[in-house]
Design a protein around this ligand. Structure first.
Ligand SMILES: [Fe+2]
Length: 152
């Protein structure tokens, strides 16, 4: 393989990891939408739903970037679980502020993953991925900001 092929393979791999994180973060955000309780129920229930909708909208775009690059993408819940860095949270009694904190941390880590993927897009000369990641980053930073302000 040429170094160009290597760069492209690394980018495809990173995009698939990003896709796994996106799907896992979507499920966790919905999980919190479903299970949040307490005085801030109404606001958090709505915020988590809005964030989940935004996250889900990214999934198809990321998967299709992989296909446009000639790569194969994720196929199943198993392939998502094998690739994601987002930790499971199955405690349905989690305190509302602990949910906010966990999503803040996950979205902050997600921003770092986006930046790493952008680097690889640059190395692979993939201008389309390089550009579109800026929008995904802005969205993730906005989610992290909203969550951070609740914790203040
Ligand atoms: Fe709902």
């Amino acid at each position: 393989m040429t170094s160009k092929d290597n760069s492209k393979a690394a980018l495809i791999d990173s995009l698939n990891g990003l896709l796994a994180d996106t799907l896992a973060l979507y499920v966790k955000t919905k999980n919190f939408h479903w299970h949040v309780r307490g005085p801030q129920f109404h606001d958090l229930h709505l915020l988590f739903d809005a964030q989940a909708t935004e996250i889900f909208a990214l999934t198809d775009v990321i998967a299709e970037r992989v296909r446009k690059l000639g790569g194969k993408t994720l196929t199943s819940i198993g392939s998502i679980a094998a690739r994601t860095t987002i930790k499971n949270q199955d405690d349905t009694g989690l305190d509302a502020m602990a949910m906010v904190r966990e999503l803040f941390e996950d979205n902050t880590a997600y921003v770092a993953t986006l930046k790493a993927t952008k680097e690889l897009a640059g190395e692979a000369g993939d201008n389309a991925t390089d550009g579109i990641i800026d929008d995904w980053t802005d969205q993730a930073e906005e989610r992290a900001w909203f969550l951070r302000e609740i914790l203040a």
